[in-house]
Design a protein around this ligand. Structure first.
Ligand SMILES: Nc1nc2c(ncn2[C@@H]2O[C@H](COP(=O)(O)OP(=O)(O)OP(=O)(O)O)[C@@H](O)[C@H]2O)c(=O)[nH]1
Ligand SMILES: [Mg+2]
Length: 427
């Protein structure tokens, strides 16, 4: 049976827009046009964004200028509007790639390996009277696992901190993850949302380019949302498309999330602290979350489904003071940007555990008179085998870091990467 996907999206959009809720589904680049068009018509009526969130402004490479931008009072207009968005997800779900795609440029460092982002970082876009702040966060790791892996408390607590201070939470779920594909959100994600029930949260299903069973998408969304979006039942079977087979489910799934019997948030918090592991085990049997406000299907890599999300963010900005000066593009300092970038290069090109055990440091930075930024990076290795790995890959890592930094700072950048062997190095 041939299904025209654009038509299907329109059907879904009509169904949702007809009710109180607005749930958006956009998927394939070639066929999502109908759905996108329909939705943009609705949005244009509701809000008139002054421009896109895409931010092409250069990031300053000067530490002094960055510092000055961070301490200056924001130069906001009288009727300033703001939206703080926290982007959460499991490690490697594509959070940083998603933010880069929303911004239309590679601002955040990304790699194929987990734990590329280790600190919360804002991407900032200011248009007219509206400031949109999107915060990238490290992947969520539960307390018990973090302890086993020896992760610092500061790194582990970052996503929850970001979420608790946001106006909107975006949960990025990876459609290539086995758990998500079979209709379950990870217990770490459920737990984070349970702790912050008051933050409106939307679900972004990322890596749709790799999700081949497009026809199963409505069922999958039904499972991941426990059949409810923005307080309204989501019934995929009202859409007359080919019958779909549910994935095989072995556990018993409670019909209602309230069966967790943790209605009172205070009580919940006390219990969470007391018995986090037990709750995590319990949450493993839950498929989805019935409190999402909206659902989007995107491919951050192929840049599909993002336009509607940009408009969604602009539409949800509320009157309130800006957090940053309108010239700020990120809160990360030039030094932090350089170190994030080299870290991503090491993760991308060194094998297995090696990149987690070596330590990049900026040995020298010179801002040449001709405008070129020259950066010498030492990668400290405590093992000779690590030294050899870095030595072999130093050129490709330097080249990638250089290209990334050029895109960020809009300057000519030269990066040199040198392995250094120090057996007793203490970071
Ligand atoms: N196929 C495909 N790959 C994607 C997509 N989005 C991200 N990726 C890839 O997923 C991997 C992880 O991307 P990141 O953006 O670094 O993921 P993250 O969630 O920020 O990872 P951490 O910072 O380690 O938690 C990279 O190899 C990306 O290229 C997508 O839409 N499609
Ligand atoms: Mg990241």
């Amino acid at each position: 049976m041939v299904i025209h996907y654009g038509k299907f999206i329109s059907l879904v959009a009509k169904q949702r827009l007809g009710s109180a809720s607005r749930t958006f589904y956009s998927t394939l680049p070639t066929s999502s046009i109908d759905g996108e068009k329909l939705l943009s018509l609705v949005y244009e009526k509701q809000s008139k964004p002054q421009s896109e969130i895409i931010n092409f402004a250069p990031v300053t490479a000067s530490e002094a200028q960055h510092h000055s931008l961070m301490i200056q009072a924001p130069n906001q207009p009288e009727h300033a509007k703001v939206l703080k968005v926290s982007v959460l997800g499991m490690p490697n779900a594509g959070k940083s790639t998603f933010i880069n795609s929303i911004f239309g440029r590679k601002l955040m460092a990304t790699s194929d390996k987990i734990d590329t982002t280790v600190t919360n970082r804002y991407a900032i876009s200011t248009m007219g009277d509206t400031q949109i702040l999107i915060q990238d966060t490290p992947g969520i790791v539960a307390g018990g696992k973090a302890k086993r892996l020896g992760l610092p408390v500061r790194r582990v607590s970052q996503p929850a901190q970001s979420f608790a201070n946001a106006d909107i939470g975006i949960v990025v779920a990876d459609l290539t993850s086995r758990r998500v594909k079979t209709g379950y959100l990870q217990p770490e994600i459920l737990m984070t949302m349970l702790k912050n029930m008051d933050i409106p949260t939307i679900l972004v299903l990322n890596k749709s380019d790799k999700y081949k069973k497009k026809l199963q998408l409505p069922i999958l969304i039904h499972q991941l949302t426990a059949g409810q979006v923005a307080g309204v039942p989501y019934e995929p079977d009202k859409i007359s498309i080919a019958p779909m087979r549910l994935p095989k489910v072995t556990e018993t799934i409670p019909a209602n999330f309230d069966e967790v019997d943790l209605k009172d948030v205070q009580d919940l918090d006390r219990r969470l602290r007391k018995n986090e592991a037990s709750l995590m085990n319990k949450l493993r049997h839950y498929r989805g979350w019935p409190h999402f406000q909206d659902v989007f299907v995107v491919s951050a890599m192929e840049q599909t489904g993002l336009d509607i999300l940009r408009r969604y963010m602009l539409h949800h900005a509320k009157p309130g003071p800006w957090k940053f000066h309108d010239q700020a593009t990120t809160d990360a300092s030039p030094k932090e940007i350089i170190l994030d970038s080299i870290r991503a290069g090491l993760l991308q090109h060194l094998p297995e555990e090696v990149p987690y055990q070596v330590h990049p440091v900026i040995r020298e930075r010179s801002d040449r008179e001709d405008g070129m930024l020259q950066i010498e990076i030492d990668v400290i290795c405590r093992k000779k085998s690590h030294y050899s790995c870095v030595f072999r890959k130093s050129n490709v890592i330097a080249k990638e870091t250089q290209e990334h930094l050029q895109d960020v700072f809009f300057l000519e950048v030269f990066v040199d990467v040198n392995p250094v062997y120090i057996r007793n190095f203490r970071p």
